[in-house]
Design a protein around this ligand. Structure first.
Ligand code: NAI
Ligand code: MG
Length: 325
């Protein structure tokens, strides 16, 4: 079967890094790529940032590769994550030989709950100058992210699993989250540690080598994974996956980078590593490893784009990766 992959480059450097990742996918596999538009430039031309046909394409494809949107990012990526039924946001943060990193020993994967917590949008101004936000934590969603996180750790060879929370203050909601994680761990025979998310931020910075998979409620996962991005040498290297029950969307963590867009110097590695996650998701483990090894080789030996201190173009780096496949 030829899988259909929806390809949504979006704005800015999305238009540069997504074609690079498609080249890589095309080299290692036999996929049907269907391209669709979204983002600021579509809002300008058509009056909406995410046309229904793009949403439908992502919902119906076997997997989606997304670049980035600009100012319309929230209007594009949140519905797209919903289109694929995503409940888990998986964000690996790993340092690579050849790349200057604050903490070269970092090899972390954040498994972030992607549907609730404080990102429910249930906010109100209940009186002049008094505002509230409702934090939703359900047993179902907590169990689902815990199951995904523990299984991910087991399948990918991580010994350390940490559940991030703040149940000493948010006793009811994070109490529920912790109880669900504990129940899933008991049932599956998984081992893990708990960590208060604020203290964890410091420990990740000081001793990242003591951590592996970190299972997080929504906001904690967003913040801790960005912190980890800083440990490994920048946004140009960070892939991510949005996983649903039977569909998924893959995207670099970075945005549309208007400061360098159009110059052909964006680093394609984050998007190519996202494509490797896509391959893995579709069951092409060997191809995923081949792509990762090629990226690691180029990171170690060059060429490098300017964000990594080199003077190579997006195309040079992509060619060097494809040559190694
Ligand atoms: P950004 O990630 O686009 O850029 C931050 C800095 O990192 C910039 O200096 C940029 O040049 C650099 N950078 C990012 N990716 C790079 C790459 N692949 N190679 C080389 N350098 C890279 O974040 P920023 O500047 O905060 O936002 C720019 C736009 O992107 C905004 O309109 C924002 O709304 C949007 N955005 C979209 C996201 C999405 O679609 N998922 C996520 C984050 C931001
Ligand atoms: Mg974020």
């Amino acid at each position: 079967m030829t899988e259909e992959i929806a390809v949504i480059p979006g704005d800015g450097i999305g238009q540069e890094v997504v074609p690079a990742a498609v080249d890589v996918l095309d080299t290692v596999g036999d996929f049907a790529f269907v391209e669709a538009e979204a983002g600021d430039h579509v809002l300008e031309a058509e009056g909406e940032a995410l046309p229904q046909e793009t949403y439908d394409l992502a919902a119906d494809a076997d997997a989606t590769l997304f670049g980035a949107a600009g100012e319309t990012a929230a209007d594009v990526i949140l519905p797209l994550r919903e289109a694929v039924g995503s409940f888990a946001n998986v964000r690996p943060a790993r340092a690579y030989p050849g790349v200057d990193a604050l903490r070269p020993e970092t090899d972390l994967v954040f498994v972030r709950e992607n549907t609730e917590g404080v990102y429910t949008g249930i906010e109100s101004e209940i009186a002049d100058g008094v505002t509230t936000l409702t934090r939703v934590i359900t047993e179902d969603a907590s169990r689902r992210i815990a199951e995904y996180g523990f299984e991910y750790a087991a399948e990918n060879g991580f010994d350390d699993v940490t559940v991030a929370h703040k149940a000493n203050v948010m006793r009811v909601t994070d109490g529920e989250f912790l109880d669900a994680c504990e129940a899933v761990a008991d049932e599956g025979g998984y081992e893990y540690d708990e960590a208060l998310m604020d203290a964890l931020a410091m420990h990740l910075l000081l001793r990242p080598e003591e951590y592996g998979v970190v299972i997080c409620p929504n906001l904690a996962g967003d913040m801790l994974s960005d912190l980890a991005a800083g440990l490994v040498g920048g946004l140009g290297l960070l892939p991510s996956a949005n996983i649903g029950p039977d569909n998924a969307l893959f995207e670099p963590v970075h945005g549309s980078a208007p400061d360098i867009a159009g110059q052909g110097i964006s680093n394609p590695c984050a998007t190519i590593l996202s494509a490797a996650m896509l391959l893995e998701h579709l069951g092409y483990q060997e191809e995923a490893t081949t792509v990762r090894t090629a990226v690691e080789g180029v990171l170690a030996d060059g060429p490098h784009t300017p964000d990594l201190g080199g003077d190579a173009s997006t195309e040079d780096v992509t060619e060097a990766i494809v040559d190694r496949l």
